[in-house]
Design a protein around this ligand. Structure first.
Ligand code: PLP
Length: 362
């Protein structure tokens, strides 16, 4: 038996590492990044601020100043605190580890964000996926049945959902939160909230089992890796013991604090991405052989419906035209022949549209 066979868990050996394709030379529309850089004046100001930091010191692990600024500027209800993560990926892992009692389960609609299942598995929880309906809406009856059958410790609802881009029905989500009651936690993952018109953040005071999780990644700061989540104080108190003490580095902390002083810049970028999303969706929908799903996020899900042409073929033809989108067709049967494209600048969106049109016709 080899060293790895001897030591590493069989389920870990059977996994593939999270794959990120090399995007150099491509129009990169596969990862829901904001395409805009900071204005040059802000880049310089931020550079000065970061240059003056005491890199020789550990961060102050309470992160009190940054947390207060986030609570103040990003709509956390008064009296509620947050905890910070190295991206919301880390927060998902913190919640999983904290709830990993023997036999504990995680529930989420599928197709959904892959880290819910991955994080559950790594922490030793069983993952139960409940398929969305054909139109990619939440199957409320199936979700309620699954809650009653499995009594999950954690239920994830991404609002808007990835990779589908839609906002689930808020009343259906409330019914799930109520059905879960005090037997589990419901994480409403609002990674794409800057592009949507609704949020569960204001509802936190109503539900002691509700966690609202967000990230600054889609807002234009994917590189700094910062997520935050809010919930009732007794829950945050426990999660904070699982969080690695210095999980947010001083460069991230200072950059986030700086950007909150200038959040009008990121807000304006999000607004233009929303405008572009509507135009891109309308132009794609006008192409014969393409079905476009409604999006409240900074990406759009589309299905190739031209007879004799698969989503994978179109994906490959886009690659030949130096455009990288996400081929989600293999993720789940409901996403057959589907591609997911990030909304970008007007120029990149036009490049994508031209490449898509010629890929459909070649
Ligand atoms: C629904 C959802 N939640 C969380 C994340 C992870 O965000 P972060 O970059 O903060 O780890 C993503 C990233 O794609 C996502 O789609």
């Amino acid at each position: 038996m080899s060293l790895t066979e001897n030591l590493i868990r069989a389920d870990v050996r059977a996994l593939s590492a999270y794959h990120v394709p090399d995007a150099s030379g491509f129009v990169k529309l596969d990862a829901m990044e904001n395409p805009y850089l900071l204005p040059v004046a802000l880049q310089h100001e931020l550079g000065k601020r970061l240059g003056a930091l005491a890199l020789n010191r550990y961060p102050v692990p309470t992160y009190a100043g940054l947390k207060a600024a986030i609570c103040d500027k990003l709509g956390v209800p008064s009296g509620f605190d947050i905890i910070l993560g190295n991206g919301s990926d880390e927060l998902i892992s913190v919640v999983s580890v904290a709830c990993a009692k023997p036999g504990a389960k995680v529930l989420a609609p599928v197709p959904g964000f892959v880290m819910y299942a991955m994080s559950a598995q790594l922490a030793g929880l069983e993952f139960v996926g409940v398929p969305l309906r054909e139109d990619l809406s939440l199957d409320l009856d199936a979700m309620l049945d699954a809650v009653r059958t499995h009594r999950p410790a954690i239920t994830y609802l991404a609002y808007p959902n990835n990779p589908t881009g839609n906002l689930f029905d808020a009343e259906a989500m409330l019914a799930i939160i109520r059905e879960v009651g005090n037997s589990g936690l419901v994480v409403v993952d609002e990674a794409y909230q800057p592009f949507a018109d609704d949020s569960f953040m204001p509802r936190l005071p109503e539900f002691p089992n509700l966690i609202v999780m967000r990230t600054v990644s889609k807002l234009g700061l994917a590189g700094i890796r910062l997520g935050y989540m809010s919930a009732a104080a007794p829950l945050l108190h426990e999660f904070d013991k699982v969080r690695p003490p210095y999980n947010v580095n001083v460069l991230t902390e200072a950059t986030a604090a700086f950007m909150l002083e200038h959040n009008d810049v990121l807000d304006a970028q999000a607004t233009s991405i929303r405008v572009e999303r509507e135009q891109l969706a309308a132009r794609m929908a006008a192409l014969p052989g393409v079905t476009v799903f409604p999006s409240a996020a900074n990406f759009i899900l589309l299905r190739i419906t031209r007879p004799g042409l698969t989503g994978t073929q179109v994906f490959e033809r886009l690659l030949e035209r130096k455009v990288l989108v996400k081929n989600v067709g293999r993720m789940h049967a409901l996403l057959d022949n589907c591609l997911r494209v990030t909304v970008s600048t007007p120029a990149e969106n036009a490049q994508f549209l031209a490449a898509l049109e010629s890929s459909l016709n070649s």
